[in-house]
Design a protein around this ligand. Structure first.
Ligand SMILES: [Zn+2]
Length: 232
């Protein structure tokens, strides 16, 4: 896929995340162009509901603007700090999704008590600062805390999901939100317990791969089409 293709796909991912109330007005999604130090991210100000390929900005691994005329999000440091530390990561989402944020507010860890939380069985650390991750130092601290994990919470603020491609990160963001809601609801009527590790491993081997990520992506693209949202 060329740069224009990545711009179109990242813009579409942004609209899908917004459609599902996962990023709302201020969250963001980025992608690293494979084999380069170029990162595509959308502008800080633009509505996430209408981001298109022409809106996409290109920044380097320090967050410096290489292409585009408007400012990237002040929290671009979240993205580039993770890309600097994790060569395996090609996409990062910073969500402000509802139930994930609920869990970021309390000392109650996410446990893999349902299939949707299986990808996060290694735990989700909580970055203890609730404000904007708007400089290199905070970005580095956050990326260090994330380590090799798939996700992290920012206390009272939102979540960060990292993965090997846009489809994986989209699915991770959607599943974390769905799983956090299920876990919260289950905890109202009982004490949820983690699934056995063998079951988690079998489930992930079956679902957490490009074919599985693509299935979720295609489903939400078709949902967007049904709702009259542009998917080109
Ligand atoms: Zn934020």
């Amino acid at each position: 896929m060329d740069l224009e293709g990545y711009k179109a796909k990242t813009a579409l991912c942004c609209r899908l995340l917004q459609m599902e109330s996962l990023i709302e007005a201020s969250g963001h999604i980025s992608v690293r162009v494979p084999g380069t130090d170029q990162v595509l991210i959308h502008p800080m100000q633009a509505s996430r509901a209408t981001i298109g390929p022409k809106d996409m900005l290109v920044v380097d691994l320090e967050g410096k603007l290489l292409e585009g005329e408007v400012a990237p999000p002040s929290e671009t440091h979240i993205h580039v700090s993770i890309y600097r530390r994790r060569p395996d990561v090609l996409s990062v989402c910073h969500s402000h999704s509802h139930y994930a944020t609920v869990f970021s507010m309390v000392q109650r860890p996410i446990i893999p008590a349902c299939n949707a939380l299986s990808p996060f069985h290694e735990g989700i650390p909580v970055f203890p600062y609730s404000g904007h991750i708007d400089d290199r130092e905070k970005g580095e601290g956050l990326a260090q805390l994330l380590g090799k994990k798939r996700a992290l919470f920012i206390k009272g603020h939102g979540a960060v999901i990292a993965g090997s491609c846009l489809e994986e990160v989209f699915r991770g963001t959607a599943w974390l939100e769905k799983g956090a809601q299920l876990l919260w609801e289950a905890s109202q009527i009982g004490e949820p317990a983690p699934l056995p590790r063998e079951e988690i491993d079998v489930f992930l081997a079956r679902t957490w791969n490009p074919r599985g990520w693509r299935k979720e992506w295609d489903y939400y693209v078709s949902l967007a089409q049904q709702r009259g949202i542009t998917v080109d």
